[in-house]
Design a protein around this ligand. Structure first.
Ligand code: AMP
Ligand code: GLY
Length: 427
């Protein structure tokens, strides 16, 4: 079969690497891809952007893929599933109205409330003064702009003064966009350890992937600005089998069946960002796609073919699919451009990639890279996801950092404490 993969980051390289290994797949086309994806067997990259719906439709009409796999959320929220369906092309992912679970914080919180999904207590406001009043009553709060804000529209407030400033930024200054600031969610601040639970669903069956945890802050010890994710590992000991079953039964199943009752079929990838609180797991957010960088360590551990699972999530029949995982833990360390997540330079030559890739149990996933002549150069903020397996979590961490050490580019920066929580628990 021929697969079209949309996106060009680290998550998409991990997906491309895994999809290209499938015996079912003869050809993989990636739009737009990156230098790492272009190097995978059976794979070609085409210069069509992931948000260029018209360009993607033209590509689908010309190349007639049997399956489309969507990496990022934006095309889903824009309605790519409907558009491709009109062409008779099968797409993994939810239709637009179901993708609102990620596309609108207000929608997500209200659906959760209607179906009794554990999440932080909240109210929705279109009036800044009333929002401030509610934040005061909570003490510590979180202010969330409605709509996609690339992870930036969430402001943690330690006290009512901070909340007042946050609400002004979101709703008065409209710092995250005019539309995103029209309404805001104010919710209680939850405490605990965060973890990601990612599943495939065909609208009925829920197939959990292994557990994982990412590191959102730019600097060691969770300091610095929020990023897309500076590293991840799998499994996350905080989400053990019991806890995963709880998440499946109390969160994922009821949200999918609850939406179905409301006439909204959710198919594709459902990612619950969780806070593991003393009262049990609570939902911080839903995403409607694979995590980046969680996908890198997850797929490094997946022994089964991913393609039948993806196909079943799009076409139905997921109950017949089983996934087998490598019991060894995996760790992904993101190497980022100097300055990321703020302004950064691109075009820096990367060396040591081949040497790192030759190391046992190491896969170097590219994120922001491109080819310039014979050289691979940086082209984004997150540049590489250096991923390794180990006999235990210590082994995986050591191996990943050994590989990071041999890769060089000007002003590279990465966190030195990826998987620290799992290491502490292992002690
Ligand atoms: P979100 O995009 O809603 O997942 O928020 C981004 C990040 O903000 C999460 O990964 C958490 O670190 C933090 N966060 C969001 N909501 C809460 C909450 N209610 N309590 C504590 N932290 C939160
Ligand atoms: N790593 C967090 C996310 O993909 O949203």
């Amino acid at each position: 079969m021929r697969v079209l993969l949309i996106g060009g980051g680290g998550r998409e390289h991990a997906l491309a690497w895994k999809i290209a290994q499938s015996p079912q797949v003869e050809e993989l086309i990636c739009a737009p891809g990156n230098a790492g994806i272009a190097g995978e067997p059976k794979t070609t990259c085409v210069p069509v952007g992931g948000e260029d719906l018209l360009g993607l439709m033209t590509l689908a009409r010309e190349r007639k893929p049997d399956l489309v796999v969507v990496g990022p959320e934006a095309p889903l929220v824009m309605g790519i599933v409907e558009k491709m369906s009109e062409l008779g092309v099968l797409v993994v992912g939810p239709r637009r109205e179901a993708a609102m679970l990620e596309g609108s914080k207000v929608f997500a919180k209200q659906v959760m409330k209607r179906h009794g999904i554990p999440t932080a207590e909240f109210e929705v406001f279109d009036d800044a003064n009333r929002a401030i009043e509610y934040a005061r009553s909570l003490g510590r709060s979180v202010v969330k702009a409605d709509g996609l804000a690339a992870g930036k529209g969430v402001l943690i407030c330690e006290n009512p003064q901070e909340a007042e400033r946050a609400i002004s930024r979101v709703m008065v200054d409209r710092a995250f966009g005019e539309e995103a600031g029209r309404r805001a969610v104010v919710e209680a601040l939850l405490e605990g350890e965060e973890a990601s639970c990612i599943a495939l669903t065909d609208g009925e069956e829920i197939l959990l992937l292994a557990s994982s945890q990412d590191h959102k802050r730019a600097q060691d010890c969770d300091r610095g600005l929020n990023t897309g994710g500076m590293g991840a590992y799998s499994p996350a000991p905080v989400l053990d089998e019991d806890m995963q079953a709880q998440v499946r039964d109390n969160i994922l199943k009821p949200i999918v069946s609850g939406m179905a009752q409301e006439g909204i079929l959710f198919r594709g990838i459902l990612y619950a960002g969780l806070m593991m609180t003393r009262e049990g797991p609570q939902v911080l957010e839903f995403n409607v796609r694979f995590g980046d960088p969680e996908t890198q360590p997850l797929l490094a551990r997946l022994r089964s073919d991913l393609v039948p699972a993806l196909t079943a999530s799009a076409a139905g029949g997921l109950s017949k699919v089983k996934l087998e995982w490598d019991p060894r833990p995996s760790v992904c360390v993101v190497m980022a451009a100097g300055g990321y997540p703020q302004a950064y330079r691109t075009g820096k030559v990367i060396t040591g990639l081949d040497q790192a890739a030759r190391m046992d149990d190491v896969v170097v996933f590219h994120a922001g890279t491109k080819k310039e002549g014979e050289a691979v150069v940086t082209s984004g903020g997150r540049v590489l996801g250096v991923t390794a397996l180990g006999k235990d979590i210590r082994g995986a961490v050591d191996r990943a950092y050994q590989a990071v050490e041999v890769i060089r580019f000007d002003q590279a920066h990465y966190r030195k404490d990826i998987a620290n929580r799992a290491l502490q628990r292992a002690k």
